[in-house]
Every structure is written in structure tokens, then in C-alpha cells.
Design a binder for this molecule. Structure first.
Ligand code: ATP
Ligand code: MG
Length: 401
């Protein structure tokens, strides 16, 4: 016997009241393309539940793909029976057999969701439990810590038996909230920040500042590869590549060195905001974590943030570097991020950046620059690349949380 269904549980979406329907629909839109390569598989929806009907297809590659989809809390691989006690007994035995020979203890957890069915949950637990004990000699009941919990859900269309629960990625379906602009460097942090933002349902675009010839083509390739990984978690991701050399040279020429980083970040933020507005994004996302480096002190954030009225989301704000690295490894961005090519910031980085920059000083130093003109020129010469979500077929994220 083979598993014939995958039950998909929504988790948090279920709490969304009136919005629930649109959340569910978005989730379905995100799942469908992943199932396209399995011609016999069908996606079915009823009440609280979404099912994948396997029709003979192996469940493992499908579960692997579904584990990357935000909005899925958990999944169960299941066998279906008729709502008939004899058929249910038969399928219960198969479900236990499929749980493996090493199973020594079990427990039945029945839920009669379809009330017209004449046997209630407690009676089902007893009946099915007794039937399993009668047929398998080496197995015992343990209601506290069983090797296998056989979940039995009686629904109007049939009863589902599952002994295998799989954790999903959690979060909300990508596309169920608005659009944000991720400031994506080639480092470890910002791709993780983008991933965590997507986990909460946003659609993502990314912006990257590069400084040729100080930064190489391979540094840009790195950012493209990172964007591709992010596209693998959701829907299409656009990457805006901003030529930043001229601005950095202007800063180097006109701004005292210890403030150059602050001014550079302020310029980045202004340009990011402008492109975000053009693209209909309502917030910026960065990989900043409080206190990690000179530009990430509260004072520094305050002075840099002063140039924009757009919300700046910082999903990593309270995380330690090790925690961030851990997620980066899980989502397959770590190996790309540690490729050794220079970032535009590292090249122009002052040796002693100010850790508590003042807004007034920053504004004063900017008098030496034609800020408006620099921004407009950068925006006009920005390139946009598209990373298609379909590529996620080839490289889904392995394991999430
Ligand atoms: P990351 O690991 O993401 O590079 P970081 O620890 O190196 O972060 P900073 O260099 O202070 O920290 O950068 C802070 C944030 O500013 C980054 O997380 C990113 O969101 C943004 N940022 C930095 N450099 C760039 C860049 N070249 N293009 C786009 N965004 C950038
Ligand atoms: Mg960096």
C-alpha cells in the first residue's frame, strides 16, 4: 500500500478571519506551480483543509517542495478509507505497518469531524486500537510517549489515517501582504533578512549597489545567485542594480573620512526609497542587527534613517551573528555569501568610522554634494533583472526551522 494523500495545514492563516479566503487562495497559487511536474497529482480544497491527492505518485519529492512554501504549518502523509468501520480497520493496520517495523508502541487519536458518522472519537480510539493490538503481536499502547501516533480524521468524504507529520515552513503565503524593497548586499545578513520578510508574506524586490571596477563582475554574480535563491522561496524577484562608483568617489572627495560611511548609507537609503516608490514597494528591508558594526548602533541607525519616511524593516535586529549564520546555512545562501568578492562598502570603508554620527553633522557634510543630482543619476542608470520563481523547481530550500 502507498500513501494516497498529503494533508496540508495552514496554521496561522486559519486565524485571519475574513481575509482567510484570500490567504488560502494565495497559498494555492503558490503551491500549484510546484505540482506541475507531477501530472497525476491533484490539489483539493475542503473546509479547513487542503489535500494533495497523490494518485500513485511518490510523496517524498512533493513534500520536499511543499516544505519550502510559506503559509504551510504542517503536513501529514495519509491513507484514506471509506467511512465504514471495516474499511477503517483495514486501513488502520496498513497505516501502522507503513510506520515501520521498529514501532513498538502506538496510540490512536481519532477526531470525528463529520458528526453524522455514528461512532464517536473515543469509541473509534478503542475500536481501532483493539483491532491493531489483535493483529500485531509485538506492539503495545502507550498514550504518553508512543513511537507512533496514528491520527484518524473522519470527514464527510472519507477518513484519513496518518502516522507521519512533517513540519512546514510556517509564516504566511508570499504575496498575501504588500511589496517591500530588500537592500541586498553580497553579505550573509541581508539575504536572511529578505527570507524572513518573505516568510511574513511580502512580495520582494531587491536593490544592490555596486561599484565597478572596484567591485568585480563576480561580486555582482554573487548577488544574482542570492536573488535566485530568494526567488526559489516564493514568487518572481526583481533585482535592481545601481551603479554606485561615482557617488562613492564624490563622497571620498568631499566628505571627511570618519563620516563617509554614514553619508554613503544615507545615499543608499535615498536611492532605495526612490526606486521603491517607483516600483510600488511600501517598505525597505535591511540585514542590520543592532550593534553588529559601527553603522548599526542606535545612533547610527537614527542618523542614517533620518533621510527616509518609509518604514525600514530589520528582521535581524535582535539576532546574534551565529543565529543569522545558522539560518543562512539552512536556506542555502551561506555558501554563496562567503564567496570572497569585495562589496562596494568594504572597499571604501573608512578605518575609523564614527560610531555615534550626528544628524546635523551629516547634513552639514552633505552640503558639499549635489545630493539630488547624484540620486537622480543613480536611479536613471539602474538596471533591472528578473529572477523567475519557476527556477525553484530545481533548487528548493532543504530544511527550514
Ligand atoms: P550584510 O551581511 O547583509 O552585508 P553587514 O553585516 O555587512 O550586512 P553592513 O555592511 O552594515 O552590514 O550593511 C547593512 C545593511 O545595508 C545590509 O544588511 C544591507 O541590507 C544594506 N547594504 C549594505 N551594502 C549594500 C549594498 N552594496 N547593496 C545593497 N544593500 C546594501
Ligand atoms: Mg556586508
Amino acid at each position: 500500500m502507498e500513501y494516497d494523500h498529503i494533508l496540508i495545514r495552514f496554521g496561522e492563516i486559519a486565524l485571519k478571519g475574513k481575509n482567510r479566503k484570500s490567504f488560502e487562495e494565495q497559498l494555492i497559487r503558490n503551491i500549484r506551480p510546484l505540482l506541475q511536474q507531477f501530472p497525476d497529482v491533484r490539489l483539493q480544497r475542503s473546509y479547513n483543509q487542503l489535500y494533495v491527492v497523490l494518485n500513485g505518485t511518490d510523496y517524498e519529492p512533493i513534500v520536499k517542495k511543499l516544505k519550502t512554501v510559506f503559509g504551510i504549518q504542517s503536513m501529514s502523509v495519509a491513507l484514506k478509507s471509506e467511512n465504514d468501520i471495516e474499511d477503517m480497520k483495514r486501513v488502520a493496520l496498513s497505516a501502522i505497518a507503513m510506520a515501520g517495523a521498529e514501532v513498538k508502541t502506538f496510540k490512536v487519536s481519532a477526531r470525528r469531524k463529520f458528526k453524522p458518522f455514528p461512532i464517536d472519537s473515543q469509541q473509534l480510539n478503542r475500536l481501532l486500537g483493539a483491532h491493531i493490538l489483535k493483529n500485531y503481536k509485538n506492539i503495545k499502547v502507550d498514550v504518553h510517549e508512543p513511537d507512533v501516533e496514528l491520527r484518524v480524521e473522519v470527514k464527510s468524504d472519507g477518513t484519513y489515517f496518518s502516522s507521519l507529520q512533517i513540519q512546514g515552513a510556517g509564516g504566511l503565503p508570499v504575496g498575501s501582504s504588500g511589496k517591500v524593497m530588500l537592500m541586498l548586499s553580497g553579505g550573509i545578513d541581508s539575504p536572511v533578512a529578505g527570507y524572513l520578510a518573505m516568510k511574513r508574506g511580502v512580495t520582494l524586490e531587491a536593490i544592490h549597489f555596486h561599484s565597478p571596477p572596484y567591485t568585480s563582475e563576480r561580486a555582482k554574480q554573487k548577488v544574482e545567485d542570492l536573488t535566485n535563491v530568494l526567488a526559489n522561496c516564493g514568487v518572481n524577484v526583481q533585482l535592481h542594480v545601481v551603479p554606485f562608483t561615482y557617488i562613492q568617489q564624490e563622497i571620498k572627495r568631499h566628505v571627511p573620512e570618519h563620516y563617509s560611511m554614514t553619508i554613503m548609507r544615507r545615499m543608499m537609503l535615498r536611492i532605495a526609497e526612490k526606486i521603491a516608490r517607483k516600483r510600488g514597494a511600501l517598505a525597505l528591508v535591511t540585514g542590520e542587527s543592532l550593534g553588529q558594526v559601527a553603522s548599526q548602533t542606535v545612533e547610527s541607525m537614527h542618523t542614517i534613517n533620518e533621510v527616509t519616511s518609509m518604514p525600514v524593516l530589520r528582521p535581524l535586529i535582535s539576532m546574534d551573528k551565529l543565529e543569522i549564520m545558522d539560518i543562512a546555512k539552512k536556506i542555502n545562501t551561506y555558501d554563496i555569501s562567503i564567496r570572497p568578492y569585495e562589496d562596494c562598502c568594504t572597499i571604501f570603508l573608512p578605518t575609523h568610522p564614527v560610531t555615534k554620527p550626528k544628524v546635523e553633522r551629516a547634513i552639514a557634510y552633505e552640503q558639499a554634494l549635489d545630493v539630488e543630482k547624484l540620486i537622480n543619476k543613480a536611479v536613471e542608470t539602474t538596471d533591472m533583472l528578473t529572477f523567475a520563481a519557476e527556477k525553484k523547481m530545481e533548487s528548493p530550500v532543504d530544511e527550514l526551522f
